[in-house]
Structure formats: structure tokens, C-alpha cells
Design a protein around this ligand. Structure first.
Ligand SMILES: [Zn+2]
Ligand SMILES: [Zn+2]
Length: 191
């Protein structure tokens, strides 16, 4: 059983930082983090002692820490996805966009077997979004993709990715596949 999905992915990431209780601020007191007041050199030193999940979360807190921490490598993400933090949040790495993404962003086939978290080829996993677009487009027209138990298709006729799917193996969206079946069954009558 997978744990309940967080309502908001970013909030869930940020709330997983164990923050000490903050002193109450008055209207005139500054709200800037004490960490931000330190010289960059010291900040880098502190960051170097963080574990991978904490480093990734810190990158998301503000623009400063986003630019201070270099983009994680694929190897780092593959290590991160095996931590209890990523397992609990159902996060997986994508080889193309180099992000940790929730399981709903991947085809089921990418999360099990060789490309699964503990498989032999997790480095070959890509998210649906990356598989569908860009120069690295990996899904061909006609591909049928199951995401969280629901079938989708990259229709070989209209080239649109759709959850309204025709018959299994048709490689077509519902609209096109129905037409094909109807012609075959002579629903439209002789022409
Ligand atoms: Zn991706
Ligand atoms: Zn179609």
C-alpha cells in the first residue's frame, strides 16, 4: 500500500525539513533567515554536511539556495530516490529532466522491473512528459502507456496523448478507434 498522496508536492517537500521553532516576530523585526546572513563560504560549508534529500529540499526554498547548489547529477538523484524520504513520498528520478518526480508522472512500466527503484536499470527511467516531447521523444505514435492503473495512448492517427483510449493494441484514441470499428461493422451502412 502506498501512503496517502500529499496535497501539494512542493509543500510536502518543504514541510519535511525539520525546522526549529521560530521566535515570534514583530512588525519591525527582520524575517530573514540567519543562514542567509552568513557569508557564502560558510553557507557552502554547512550545505556540504547535509544529506542528499536535505540538499535537494534546500534548493527549493529560495532563489539564492537554488543557484548556490548546483543542479543534482543523475547519480545523485538515483541515490536520493532510494532514501526513506523519497520512498515515503513516492519520488523517482527521470534521466532526461534530471528531477525527482512523483510516481503519477511515470508509466507503471518505468517503476517496476529493471527500471524500478531497486531494479538493475533505474538509470534508464524517464517520465511520461519527457517520453512524449522534445528531441529525445521516446514514445512512438501508437504507444500505449499505463499510468497508475489507467491506460493512455499516443494516438498513431491524430498523434495526441490521450486517456480516452480505443481497444487494447489499437494504438489509437477512443474517437479514432470507434470510427474504425464502426466502419468494419458496417454501422454507417453501405456507401
Ligand atoms: Zn522527465
Ligand atoms: Zn486519435
Amino acid at each position: 500500500m502506498s501512503p496517502a498522496k500529499p496535497l501539494n508536492y512542493r509543500q510536502a517537500l518543504l514541510s519535511s525539513i525539520h525546522q526549529p521553532p521560530q521566535p515570534k516576530t514583530t512588525a519591525s523585526s527582520p524575517k530573514q533567515s540567519k543562514l542567509l546572513l552568513l557569508p557564502t563560504e560558510l553557507q557552502n560549508n554547512i550545505i556540504s554536511h547535509l544529506d542528499i534529500p536535505s540538499t535537494l529540499i534546500l534548493r527549493l526554498t529560495n532563489r539564492h539556495f537554488y543557484t548556490l547548489n548546483s543542479c543534482p547529477t543523475h547519480t545523485t538523484l538515483l541515490l536520493a530516490e532510494r532514501t526513506p524520504w523519497a520512498v515515503t513520498l513516492n519520488l523517482y528520478s527521470c534521466m532526461d529532466c534530471l528531477r525527482l518526480r512523483p510516481q503519477a508522472k511515470f508509466a507503471t512500466a518505468m517503476l517496476n522491473g529493471p527500471k524500478g527503484r531497486n531494479g538493475k536499470d533505474p538509470q534508464k527511467r524517464f517520465c511520461v512528459e519527457c517520453g512524449l516531447k522534445g528531441p529525445r521523444s521516446r514514445y512512438s505514435p501508437g504507444a500505449e502507456i499505463v499510468v497508475e492503473g489507467k491506460r493512455h495512448v499516443l494516438c498513431k492517427e491524430c498523434k495526441v496523448y490521450s486517456g480516452e483510449v480505443g481497444c487494447v493494441g489499437s494504438g489509437m484514441c477512443w474517437e479514432r478507434d470507434v470510427c474504425e470499428l464502426s466502419w468494419e461493422e458496417g454501422v454507417w451502412g453501405d456507401v
